[in-house]
Every structure is written in C-alpha cells, then in structure tokens.
Write a protein that binds this ligand. Structure first.
Ligand code: ZN
Length: 314
C-alpha cells in the first residue's frame, strides 16, 4: 500500500500579542523563527512559523497572533496539547528553564512508557515536553540552550473528543494510522514509519466542557503527505468516505486540503514540498517579512498595519 500520510506536518494556533508569542516559542522554547509572513486571508495579522533549522514537517508550529481576540477555552472538540520531544538527559534543564522564566508546569508524570510535563504559553495554549530516547532527530542550539538539550520537534498531539468511534475510523481506515497503545481513555495512533512526530493521541472524556475558539487554542492540525499525487489520493479517500474536503489550496510553502473530522477538529493535509526555502535562502529563513506575490505591491501599507516585533533567542 502506498504511504499517503507520513506523520504530523504542522499545528496552527491562535494567539494574542505577537511579541509575547515570539518570546515564548523562539525565546524560551528555542524554536527557530522560520517564516514571518501574514495571514493570507487577513493581511493585518502576522502568520508566524517556528520549527527546526529548515522547517522540516513534524517540527512546525504556526500562529495567527490576532492581538485583540478574547481567550479561548480548552475542551472537547479541540486539539488541547501539542507535545514536543526532548532528550532523556534534558528534563532537569527544562524544569530549571521554565522556572527561570516563571512558566508554571506540572510535575513530571508518566503516560505509556514516557515521562512528560505540561504547561501553557502566555495565551494559555497547551504545550507538553515528552522525554524520549527514541527520537533520532537533532535539536538546534539556540540562545542559552545547547543543542543536546534542545527540543527536536513534535512528539504527538492530543485530540480531545466526546466520542471517538468515527474519529478512530477516520484515522485508521481513511488516513492509514494504526493503533499502537491505549491507556486511561487515551488511544495512540501512529502513521508512516512511526516514532516521534508521527503520533496522534485521541483522548476520550465525557465530562469536559465544550471547547471555545480564541487566543490560546489550536485552529487546526496538518498531517504530512509526500507529494501532490499522494495528496490527491487521500483527498479521493476522504471524499469517498463522505467527508467534505476543500480543493487543493496553494499555501506558498506547501499545498493544502482541509476538512473537519467527526469531532469537529479542523484537519489539513499538507504536502512536504516545496518547503520554506521557496521565497528566501535557508540561511535567512524568518529574517524578513515575506509576502505572497499578490500582496507585494501593497508591502508598505501591510508593514505599517503590523505591530513591529523582534526575534530574540534567550
Ligand atoms: Zn495549516
């Protein structure tokens, strides 16, 4: 069977203040700002991308910092926590670092065979660090974070659902995931060749509140597909399973289709090519405000409408 999904591609969330967002993800977590652009549908709002050195799929966290939208609420029908992996020897380093920057975190807990901690960004978005020796990706040094302590990319995401049967059917029958673990109402699926960055957890609870979209909540999760052809194949699969799927949309750095899974979480399938070097050299990723060609003539106006920000790696 041809592989249609190779893992997670990116997670996109809503934020408040763009500078605080940069200070959290680049400054404290040490993710690299790989692209500073605008929301193509709302050019007065940034679209900020963070990731590894080159923005590999499976490392990319992106935000629309709307500044003045109300905070959202975690709950069912939402991706509530995005987990990043760190090396086994790095847990103490991260506990110290979070304390230094006054980020409250849960004490290390066990889940399946891993240790993890939970905390929130400045808007309340759920983040986890998972300690694992099985992630062979290499982290990047950033500010006072040495490479051997650095975050490597996504580990898993948690889809928080009221009922799971149809979501499980979608993941396993239409999206080629397989169930690899189950514990306390949490089902873990993996795609592609498996491992960190290929997991999706479905968490089943009946007693939680319904989620509310706003700052500090995830807008959608994107799964990675290798080519435009595999994207069209999975689109056919989705359509024949009864999903309403958008046509392919050009997002400049990848091509995308979108649909809602049965629990109402917005899913995207994004192609790995062309990637983030399509409009600036790899060594300059994220350094300049990038606009799609059709907005270039309005660059002055667009730049004036955006809050000035700077990227500092603490
Ligand atoms: Zn997306």
């Amino acid at each position: 069977m041809q592989e249609l999904i190779s893992g997670l591609h990116h997670v996109t969330a809503l934020a408040g203040n763009p500078q605080k967002n940069i200070d959290f993800y680049a400054g404290i977590l040490g993710l690299k700002m790989i692209k500073k652009t605008i929301n193509f549908d709302a050019p007065d709002v940034y679209h900020l991308y963070y990731g590894d050195e080159v923005g590999n799929p499976g490392t990319i966290m992106t935000f629309f910092p709307y500044q003045d939208i109300p905070k959202g609420r975690k709950g069912a029908g939402q991706l509530t926590y995005t987990a990043f992996s760190i090396p086994v020897s790095a847990l103490g380093f991260w506990l110290d670092r979070l304390q230094t920057y006054q980020i409250a975190y849960t004490m290390p807990q066990k889940r399946f065979d891993e240790t993890y901690i939970q905390f929130e960004d400045f808007d309340g978005l759920g983040v986890e660090l998972v300690v694992t020796e099985h992630d062979k990706r290499v982290g990047r040094a950033s500010g006072t974070i040495p490479a051997e302590m650095a975050i490597k990319g996504f580990y898993t995401v948690t889809l928080h659902e009221y009922s799971i049967d149809r979501t499980v059917k979608l993941l396993t029958e239409t999206m080629q995931h397989k169930l690899v673990a189950e514990e306390n109402g949490r089902l873990r699926f993996e795609s592609g060749s498996g491992g960190a960055g290929s997991y999706t957890d479905v968490l089943y609870t009946t007693d939680s509140v319904r989620s509310l979209q706003g700052a500090g909540t995830v807008h959608h999760v994107a799964f990675a597909t290798q080519t435009d052809d595999t994207q069209l194949l999975i689109r056919e699969n989705l359509l024949s399973s009864g999903y309403q799927v958008t046509p392919v949309i050009d997002r400049n750095y990848f091509h995308s289709i979108y649909f809602r899974e049965p629990g109402n979480i917005l899913f995207e399938i994004a192609t790995n090519p062309p990637g983030f070097a399509v409009d600036e050299p790899l060594e300059q990723l994220g350094s300049r405000l990038k606009l799609p060609a059709w907005y270039e003539p309005k660059r002055d106006l667009i730049e004036k409408g955006l809050m000035p920000v700077e990227v500092n790696y603490f």
